[in-house]
Design a protein around this ligand. Structure first.
Ligand code: UD1
Ligand code: CA
Length: 458
């Protein structure tokens, strides 16, 4: 069985009121077109019809799919005919053509498979997915005769008052017999309110030719289309709930799911608690039995099991197990922490490896650092990694103790077990086990306070 899959994603998305092509808007942190890529990943012979800002959109389409440019967007029927006339669309080798709209991100693979198998097994010319919805506005209505035969689809703008009341709608997902399309696609006309070539007119054409037409019913949420910001907003909310429910089923606790923002694709281990106002974004992986939040944003990062991240921001970083972050820590890209590390209040790290058991508990900056195991980085200390021109490395060997308010002027290496006295500005390497102190000697001037008081009185 040879099936071609065609995704229609050339439209501008005029009703979005936005310069961004419709399919590049995000749902749960993932562009709509990537959702389409994902749902058809197991299919072969894939074609995306692109048009509006096609150079930009093309960059998001997976390499195993071909693109066909529809220069002028004259309607969904026209989009399909452009594919049929494309030289890369090898004609006559397909038995069926699956067509899906590019603006319906929550389509399920199961529904596509069940549509295909139903069409194939009953040798239908047309099958499409429908849904009964509460608010049918904007969708094509499915018209059925007394004998329950689908006779046509009427678009919102062309529908009569009575037809507008119908809440059985067309999802825009179809499976057609290849020959049927080939013989009828050029017969579509644009004599309708929108002056567009409607793909949906193929249904009426098929009915008039006594072709077999069948429908498969889907839940409303999996076929929600995005035409406006309002619809995007509603869909985002639905999608969020689906994703959060999946995590709940996997044993994740949400203190308040209405304030949890979990991108699609984030993975969370069981026993983990997600506290209020937590954002887990991109390709984030959280282990088991962690506590994340409240008020935390983690993107594209890996959080090892048993870790706690409180009131903090973590980006493109990783930590092994039982790590404690925050409150008010900022882990910038490339911070890789070992087991039992602590990065505490008002500490920032960047592009640094921090070994097992090391602590950066308060008011510190570690940038471009190679920090080995069990290092203590006291309050107010920083790596001076930038000399105004270059970024330089600070290497701190195992077990070293960096006192408070220390400037480690990079490039510099602190030897194993070395101790740096508080307030030092370290510009030279420190040997293992040594004490390095760099500050002027303290003077105590006896009786000064009393003399000062006396001077004031006189
Ligand atoms: C379409 C259906 C409608 C259905 C709804 C489901 C038609 C005429 N109507 O309406 O029955 O209920 O989808 O969501 O098909 N596109 C192109 N080239 C074009 C025009 C559109 O590639 O020339 C793409 C769009 O980018 C979009 C998809 O086709 O991804 C659907 O087009 P859209 O304009 O959103 O159609 P709807 O009005 O939603
Ligand atoms: Ca649409």
């Amino acid at each position: 069985m040879n099936i071609a899959t065609i995704v229609l994603s050339a439209g501008k998305g005029t009703r979005m009121n936005s310069d961004i092509p419709k399919v590049l808007h995000e749902v749960l942190g993932k562009e709509i077109i990537l959702w389409s890529n994902e749902v058809i990943k197991n299919f072969e012979n894939k074609f995306f019809v692109i048009g509006h800002q096609h150079e930009l959109v093309k960059g998001y389409i997976s390499n195993d799919s071909q693109t066909v440019v529809q220069e002028e967007q004259l309607g969904t029927g026209h989009a399909l005919s452009v594919v049929f006339n494309d030289e890369n669309f090898l004609t006559d080798i397909y038995d069926y053509v699956l067509v899906i709209p590019g603006d319906v991100p929550l389509i399920k693979e199961e529904i596509l498979n069940s549509l295909i198998s139903k069409v194939v097994s009953s040798k239908a010319s047309i099958g499409f997915v429908v849904a009964s919805v509460k608010e049918p506005f904007g969708y094509g209505r499915v018209i059925v005769d007394e004998e329950d035969n689908v006779t046509k689809i009427v678009e919102e703008r062309d529908a009569s008052k009575e037809e507008k009341k119908i809440n059985l709608i067309n999802s825009g997902i179809y499976c057609f017999d290849y020959e049927f399309i080939k013989n009828h696609i050029e017969k579509l006309s644009d004599t309708n309110k929108q002056k567009e070539f409607y793909l949906t007119d193929l249904i009426e054409l098929g009915f008039n030719k006594k072709e077999k037409i069948l429908v498969v019913e889907s839940s409303e949420v999996s076929i929600m289309g995005i035409n406006s910001m309002d619809q995007l907003h509603n869909l985002e909310r639905e999608a969020r709930e689906i994703v959060i429910n999946m995590h709940v089923d996997n044993g994740v606790y949400f203190q308040d799911s209405s304030t949890a923002y979990i991108d699609e694709g984030v993975s969370i281990g069981s026993g983990t608690k997600i506290l209020a106002n937590t954002h887990l974004l991109g390709n984030t992986v959280v282990g088991e039995n962690c506590t994340i939040g409240p008020n935390t944003m983690i993107s594209d990062s890996e959080i090892g099991s048993g870790s706690k991240v409180l009131y903090s921001v973590v980006s493109e970083s990783s930590m092994k197990q039982e790590v404690q972050i925050g409150p008010y820590a900022h882990l910038r890209p490339g911070s890789n922490l070992g087991n039992n590390v602590k990065v505490g209040a008002f500490a920032e790290t960047k592009k640094s490896n921090i070994g097992d058991g090391s602590k950066v508990p308060h008011l510190a900056y570690v940038g471009d650092g190679e920090i080995e195991d069990n290092v203590n980085f006291s309050a107010g200390s920083i790596t001076v990694n930038y000399d105004g021109e270059n970024k330089n490395k600070t290497i701190i060997k195992e077990g070293a103790f960096i006192g408070s308010d220390v400037m480690l002027v990079a490039p510099v290496t602190i030897g194993e077990g070395a101790v740096i006295g508080a307030g030092s500005v370290i510009t030279k390497d420190v040997p293992a086990k040594a004490l390095a102190v760099e500050r002027s000697e303290q003077k105590n001037i006896e009786g000064y306070a009393d003399r000062k008081k006396k001077r004031k009185k006189d």
